[in-house]
Design a protein around this ligand. Structure first.
Ligand code: PSU
Ligand code: MN
Length: 307
């Protein structure tokens, strides 16, 4: 057994699965408290856990509760995070020391979910979208800590690409510089979250959970410390009209600039505005792509355990 971090609580079911070499999939909590409205956030989070179980893996939703790093939550804890919403502090790497020292609750981003998953011995993590290089970053320097985490923490992140609230071209350049493999699942094109197409190519197309697991296993066995980004396009039937979603994104970005939104508030502001401007359509797409990523992550985690 790996020596557990003294600030970490791994749920018994998760700890047992990790110790026995059975598949586990980590899930983030910022998507619950800041990424979707209540009650759809809680319903989605619980359904995602069910999908992971149905695909033969154990779900480990990650958050910080009362200053404890948690890998694996109860349904009651998930409900609390969803009901409290933005009242739970969005917690990235630099927030951890104060949140833990003060015994606060924190919603984990891709960054902190990767960190805690790795501490708990979990190799695969499913989410919706990652943070990246924001549009206008050449003047704001707003680059998500998620990219730095992908550069230094060996966890596979299965996402639906990134929203074009970001500069997708610069995000890919950054990941290339940092040595992070960007894989398209059954595609050579980076998916743009709500749509299957961004116009940007990815490094490699891999076509099965077994191929994903093989690449990740090689990366780990060579001692490479980077994460791996798997981008899984939203299923065709749930994808949105590109013009509709891009118009909403452009409007949200203009509003953020007018209102002087900056720092860690930017991404939650843009996500909320895009959802409001597109009615329920974008929320439905968002939920569906998370389900799709959960299934692929569970299948890949199962392949990783098969030797
Ligand atoms: N992008 C999405 N949905 C999300 C997020 C980003 O499409 O829910 C959340 C994730 O938790 C991600 C975080 O890690 O926002 C990135 O925030 P920032 O850009 O402030 O680093
Ligand atoms: Mn930022």
């Amino acid at each position: 057994m790996r020596e557990l971090n003294r600030y970490l609580d791994v749920a018994p079911e998760v700890a047992k699965a990790v110790a026995e070499g059975r598949p586990v999939v980590a899930l983030e909590s910022t998507i619950i408290s800041h990424g979707m409205p209540y009650p759809q956030n809680v319903e989605t989070a619980l359904q995602v856990e069910k999908i992971i179980r149905d695909h033969g893996a154990v779900p480990a939703t990650i958050a910080i509760l009362g200053g404890r790093l948690k890998a694996g939550l109860t349904p009651e804890e998930i409900d609390y995070l969803g009901r409290t919403g933005a009242g739970v502090t969005k917690t990235s790497r630099r927030d951890l020391p104060v949140i833990v020292a003060k015994g606060m609750d924190g919603a984990t981003t891709v960054t902190t979910t990767m960190m805690i998953a790795h501490m708990a011995g979990i190799q695969v993590f499913a989410t919706g979208g990652i943070g990246g290089v924001h549009r206008g970053a050449e003047t704001t320097m707003d680059i998500s800590a998620d990219l730095e985490e992908l550069a230094q923490t060996p966890v596979m992140v299965v996402c639906a690409g990134a929203k074009s609230i970001l500069d997708l071209g610069l995000t890919l350049e950054y990941l290339e510089t940092k040595g992070v493999p960007v894989i398209g699942y059954q595609t050579k094109e980076l998916p743009a979250f709500y749509t299957r197409h961004s116009g940007f190519g990815v490094d490699y197309e891999l076509d099965s959970p077994a191929e994903l697991a093989a690449a990740f296993r090689c990366q780990r066995e060579m001692g490479l410390k980077t994460g791996m980004l798997v981008t899984n396009p939203i299923p065709e039937q749930y994808s949105m009209d590109a013009d509709t979603i891009n118009a909403a994104i452009d409007k949200a970005i203009a509003e953020a600039a007018e209102q002087g939104i900056h720092g860690k508030a930017t991404t939650p502001f843009l996500l909320a505005r895009v959802k409001d401007l597109t009615g329920g359509d974008s929320l439905e797409s968002n939920i569906r792509l998370v389900y799709n990523n959960a299934a692929l992550a569970a299948e890949t985690a199962a392949e990783l355990c098969r030797r």
